[in-house]
Every structure is written in C-alpha cells, then in structure tokens.
Design a protein around this ligand. Sequence first.
Ligand SMILES: CCCCCCCC(=O)SCCNC(=O)CCNC(=O)[C@H](O)C(C)(C)COP(=O)(O)OP(=O)(O)OC[C@H]1O[C@@H](n2cnc3c(N)ncnc32)[C@H](O)[C@@H]1OP(=O)(O)O
Length: 155
Amino acid sequence: MSEKAFQDYYPADLSHCYGCGNNNAHGHQIKSFWDGEETVAEFNPLPEHTAIPGFVYGGLIASLIDCHGTGSASAAAYKAAGRELGSEPALRFVTANLNVDFLAPTPMGQTLKLRGTITECKEKKVVVDITVSAGETVCAKGRVIAVKMPASMAS
Ligand SMILES: CCCCCCCC(=O)SCCNC(=O)CCNC(=O)[C@H](O)C(C)(C)COP(=O)(O)OP(=O)(O)OC[C@H]1O[C@@H](n2cnc3c(N)ncnc32)[C@H](O)[C@@H]1OP(=O)(O)O
C-alpha cells in the first residue's frame, strides 16, 4: 500500500504510542487504511512476540487491536465530519475500553490481517469491531470503545 496511513497524519507530539507511534522506534508502528467502509492493517510478528513456541503472544494481538481501533476511530470521525485526515483541529481518540476474544491459536510466521468495522460513530465516542486473521483463520476478535482524547492528555 502506498497511500499514507491514518497514523501518518498524527502530529509528531502524539506519535509516541507503543502500538502506533511513528516516533517510537521500539513500538509496533501499526499502519491502518480504509478498504471501502472497513479499515485494514497488517502486522508480521517478530520472534520476541512469542507466547508459546510457534504461537503469537496475546498481549501483542490486543495491542494491535487497540491501536487499529483508535486509528480507525480517528479516521471515522474525520469522515463523519466531512474533513480531510490531518486537518486541524486534530481529532484524536484514546482507548476507554478494550475487549478481546482469542478464538484460535495465532501462528508465528504469517502476516496477521486486521479488519475493522465502525459500529458506532458519535462526536465523542467511536466503537470499532475488529478481527485478526492468519490466512483463512480468524484468530481473535475485539471491540475498541474509543473516546475523544481528553485535554489533560495533551502536552
Ligand atoms: C492519539 C494517538 C495515541 C493513540 C492511543 C492508543 C491507544 C491507547 O493506548 S490510549 C491510552 C489508554 N487510555 C487511557 O489512558 C484513557 C484514560 N481514560 C480517560 O482519559 C477517560 O476515562 C476517557 C477519555 C476514556 C473517558 O472520558 P469521560 O469524560 O469519562 O467520557 P464520558 O464523556 O463520560 O463518556 C463518553 C462516552 O464514552 C463512554 N465511556 C467512557 N468511558 C468508558 C469506559 N471505560 N468503557 C466504556 N465506555 C466508556 C461513555 O459511556 C460515553 O458513551 P455515550 O456517549 O454513548 O454515553
């Protein structure tokens, strides 16, 4: 994919997140995009993301769902407002609630594909439902309730 990801529009001072911040060299730097009305992201787990040899750590999967969810929430909010991604003032969302179901063991050595559906989109709250698949297998599903970032979290 050559277009800019949702996270590429985050201002530099909000790009330190371990899951999605471009400025976090040790983070996952997840990249999310529109695919029609849904959102997509891919991630290739590294050996250090192992749970049991051959299988991916669930905390990583939760982290991917978390940041694909908050990124999707931001993109959905811009879309609902009829605004260009990245236009000011920034519409940024944080996680209020993260719920994950681990449905099948997630194998190492495969690209994980995340697919998000915007279930609810209000001015202050966006709900995103997400699946994580390895090949044809849906290994996990999750729901992110994202709420507009409070002013107290801005630097
Ligand atoms: C910006 C780039 C970085 C990306 C971040 C990546 C993801 C992260 O890791 S963020 C870090 C983890 N998250 C946090 O630290 C957030 C800490 N919590 C908070 O700041 C606040 O509790 C916050 C903002 C979530 C909610 O603020 P608050 O003022 O209580 O919201 P409030 O106005 O009451 O509620 C708004 C809506 O959200 C819902 N809501 C609020 N909190 C929750 C919750 N914990 N669970 C479910 N729903 C909730 C409310 O029910 C309400 O829904 P509705 O409009 O349908 O009635």
